[in-house]
Design a protein around this ligand. Structure first.
Ligand SMILES: Cc1cc2nc3c(=O)[nH]c(=O)nc-3n(C[C@H](O)[C@H](O)[C@H](O)COP(=O)(O)OP(=O)(O)OC[C@H]3O[C@@H](n4cnc5c(N)ncnc54)[C@H](O)[C@@H]3O)c2cc1C
Length: 276
């Protein structure tokens, strides 16, 4: 199948792109890496009047290291992160996640912002950025607003963007040198979307004890205080798989095997974080 006819714009300035989004009556789609939008257009799952190609916006490819965080423009690619072409404040955590996404051709084009905005529950950044405590920097006609990634992804393929907004960047808090991170993805073959994701970040000097169970057919299950999974302690050896199972039941995951696979993904992330 081929896409429906649509108008195409490739603005050079961010304000121009925002201006183009302003017409609520027109079906408008933003094009970044095109790795998800391309197939959706070809299958006519989306039938836009206008496609706004944001790949000429240099501002969206920037990487800015602050004292306590890193701001990555929405059009930074998975390969930029994997190859270390942008700085890292996560002791290599983001590089490892990027390297596990799809295969190289997809990573060359697929973007951090496209992946997060697409909000596929099985996508890596949706879970990984939530576990890292990252924020989405949203740009609209009135300026920017920051939204925690946990709140930016509102459901399966749903996000908190208004019709006249785009994702400008992602702000990732810097890890302390002793931060403990684990990320485990279950997929049938290398390069496939996840069937289950477990992610853990314990950064004791910053008082961060986060865990995420992802690929759960909705927004990821985020535990901002994951000590509840460790009998109230911060001891990885106390990991209580029954507590994780109960949480999965509470969000409606009925299939016991599915819950087991997700719990094992989390347990393996915990083991990675513990360095065992
Ligand atoms: C074969 C294959 C295997 C894959 N495997 C994996 C995998 O294992 N793990 C994984 O995480 N991902 C996987 N992906 C997805 C891929 O990593 C891309 O990141 C993802 O498809 C979207 O990124 P994109 O830049 O291509 O966005 P696009 O396809 O250009 O856009 C996706 C959606 O986001 C919107 N959008 C894009 N950028 C913005 C923005 N800045 N502001 C507002 N809206 C925006 C678009 O309008 C569209 O709705 C796979 C893709 C393919 C084709």
């Amino acid at each position: 199948m081929k896409p429906v006819n649509f108008a195409y714009e490739r603005p050079r300035h961010l304000d121009e792109a925002i201006g183009l989004l302003g017409d609520e009556s027109a079906q408008t789609k933003i094009l970044a890496g095109g790795q998800s939008l391309g197939p959706m257009l070809n299958l006519r799952l989306v039938q836009p009047d206008l496609v706004i190609d944001i790949t000429a916006l240099e501002h969206l490819k920037r990487a800015e290291k602050m004292q306590d965080s890193l701001v990555l423009g929405a059009c930074v690619t998975h390969a930029d992160i994997e190859d270390g072409r942008v700085p890292d404040v996560t002791n290599g955590a983001m590089r490892a996640v990027a390297a596990g996404i799809a295969y190289r051709a997809v990573r060359n084009r697929g973007t951090l912002g496209g992946s997060l905005t697409n909000a596929d529950p099985s996508a890596d950044w949706v879970s990984a950025l939530a576990a890292l405590g990252a924020e989405a920097v949203v740009r609209g006609p009135g300026g920017t607003r920051n939204v925690a990634v946990d709140n930016f992804v509102t459901g399966a393929l749903e996000n908190a963007l208004g019709f006249d907004e785009l994702l400008e960047a992602v702000r990732v808090p810097a890890h302390s040198s002793s931060a403990q991170w684990g990320y485990y993805k279950v997929s049938r073959k290398t390069g496939e979307y996840a069937h289950a994701i477990g992610a853990v970040l314990f950064d004791r000097p910053r008082g961060v004890f986060r865990a995420v169970i992802g690929a759960v057919e909705r927004k990821p299950l985020v535990l901002a205080d994951a000590r509840v999974l460790f009998g109230g302690s911060t001891n990885f050896a106390q990991f209580d798989s029954r507590a994780a199972d109960a949480m999965l039941q509470s969000i409606g995951m009925r299939d016991a095997l599915d819950r087991q696979i997700h719990t094992v993904a989390l347990a393996r992330a915990v083991r990675q974080a513990s360095g065992a």
